[in-house]
Design a protein around this ligand. Structure first.
Ligand code: FMN
Length: 204
């Protein structure tokens, strides 16, 4: 299997734990899948990671870049990265990608993915969506990107926060082409049987 070069970008939206679950998977499967993963933060993305996660992102053993490091390999199409996931992806980052304003490394790398016709996945987190954001998401989609909103699902009866996060992370991995069993997949029948209510604090 050929090496898969992936950029994981963390921008300034709530939802850094989604990035944690993705990085954990990529780290565990790094050798088996021959992965070459590079991690980049926006300024606010790093701030929110500190608040929501608190660990050192370098712990995964992947190279970590600052927002202004335009000499990073994936800032050029010639480095031939295969995919980029922006997780979580802020409205501001979507807007910059949609207008081609590549003033930071995340914007530039996303621009490279689009121009090289490579995979660009945006795990957008905002509530509600403004018309500006909706139009920006449309533009990025038309340009070849894929918006995977941070919208967790409940039909697999997630028992805890990690399982809830994984309802989103599994879809990201699906679109990267990585087999995973992070979630119970929809099989055509309702099986939760009120699990969420049963597991709620104070439930009889
Ligand atoms: C604690 C915190 C949480 C935020 N959450 C969101 C969010 O969920 N979605 C969003 O679009 N922006 C959010 N923002 C605002 C963005 O961080 C801000 O617009 C920033 O300029 C985005 O820049 P970046 O995309 O380069 O990180 C948040 C900011 C802070 C400080």
């Amino acid at each position: 299997m050929s090496v898969r070069r992936i950029v994981v970008a963390v921008s300034g939206a709530s939802g850094a734990p989604y990035a944690v679950r993705l990085l954990e998977f990529l780290s565990v499967h790094r050798d088996e899948l021959e992965l070459d993963v590079h991690l980049v933060f926006s300024k606010t993305g790093r701030l929110i990671w500190g608040d929501e996660v608190g660990t050192d992102p370098a712990d995964y053993g992947f190279p970590v870049y600052k927002p202004g490091e335009m000499t990073a390999p994936f800032a050029s199409g010639s480095a031939r990265f295969d995919a980029m996931v922006i997780v979580p992806c802020s409205a501001g980052t979507v807007g910059r990608i949609a207008t081609g304003v590549s003033t930071n490394l995340i914007g530039r790398a996303a621009d490279v993915m689009l121009k090289e016709r490579k995979k660009l996945l945006l795990v957008v987190r905002e509530m509600p969506y403004s018309l500006v954001l909706l139009r920006a998401m449309t533009t990025v989609t038309e340009a070849g990107g894929l918006v995977l909103p941070a919208s967790p699902s409940f039909y697999s009866a997630p028992a805890d926060r990690t399982e809830l996060l994984d309802t989103v992370t599994a879809r990201v991995l699906d679109h990267l082409g990585f087999d995973n069993d992070l979630v119970t997949r929809w099989s055509g029948s309702l099986t939760s049987g009120g699990a969420i209510a049963r597991n709620a604090p104070g439930a009889p």
